[in-house]
Design a protein around this ligand. Structure first.
Ligand SMILES: C[S@@+](CC[C@H](N)C(=O)[O-])C[C@H]1O[C@@H](n2cnc3c(N)ncnc32)[C@H](O)[C@@H]1O
Length: 233
């Protein structure tokens, strides 16, 4: 992985801008369409949230935001090309979502603006996870829900081995070929390797004032769903 990507939000943003046009295609192909099922589980977690608007953070091309029904939804991302694609998709589906340019670490919203925040494959990219969770807490009402879908290091050795082979022989070469971005799909497995596993991430959430309601492996631990309640400052 290009080491700049590990610390530099501008480099991470530039990388996502580069892959944006091929992002949906690669997501479906490289996860064997599991990503669609995982996002459905994430959206179902909103059943735990009080009534009120939802912020889909790191919304990318808007798949989660567009799957949320019967609530006001805002999709936030710091990549404008991703938001443009999300907007186009929403128009195609005749859906009304507000798309907002937003850095997760300094959100342009007042405190206690949202009943829930969702983040799919987003928090792994935050340059400071604890700061990001704290900022999410700030914009949640007390009792509001944060639902995170993320790729983590699988906790089971066999699954971790299979994922390593898949990443090496499929994700990195296919990602490079299709996205024309040499770094991006090497960044993906490297960012998973250096990111807390789901149990460690739950500890970070607790440290920032959340109660963890659910922390569960999906597809044997390739991905995980974490649902947490903001307990207030
Ligand atoms: C892997 S994509 C996930 C997109 C989408 N949530 C999905 O389910 O496919 C990660 C997204 O996070 C965004 N992102 C990364 N760091 C961010 C930050 N600090 N603030 C806002 N967006 C961020 C990127 O621009 C990118 O669109």
């Amino acid at each position: 992985m290009d080491q700049r990507l590990a610390r530099d939000p501008a480099a991470i943003r530039a990388m996502f801008q580069e892959v944006a046009p091929r992002y949906d295609l690669l997501n479906r192909a490289l996860s064997l369409r599991q990503d669609v099922r995982w996002r459905r589980r994430l959206v179902a977690a909103l059943g735990e949230a009080p009534a009120g608007p939802v912020l889909d953070l790191a919304t990318g091309t808007g798949d989660v935001a567009l799957a949320v029904r019967d609530r006001v939804v805002i999709g936030g991302d710091f990549s404008l090309p991703m938001l443009e694609l999300a907007g186009r998709k929403a128009r195609r589906f005749g859906r009304l979502v507000a798309w907002v340019a937003a850095d997760a670490l300094a959100l342009p919203f007042k405190a206690a603006s949202f009943a829930a925040v969702t983040a799919a494959f987003g928090v792994r990219n935050f340059v400071d996870l604890a700061v990001g969770f704290r900022e999410i807490g700030r914009v949640l009402v007390p009792g509001g829900i944060l639902a995170v879908l993320e790729l983590h290091r699988p906790r089971r050795t066999v699954v971790a081995g299979i994922v390593r082979i898949w990443n090496r022989f499929v994700v990195t070469p296919v990602g490079r070929l299709v996205s024309h971005d040499g770094d991006a799909y090497g960044y993906l497995p490297a960012s998973v390797d250096t990111f807390p596993d789901r149990v460690e991430m739950a500890e970070v959430l607790r440290g920032q004032g959340f109660a963890v309601l659910e922390s569960r492996d999906l597809s044997g631990g390739v991905a995980a769903l974490t649902v947490a309640r903001w307990e207030g400052a």
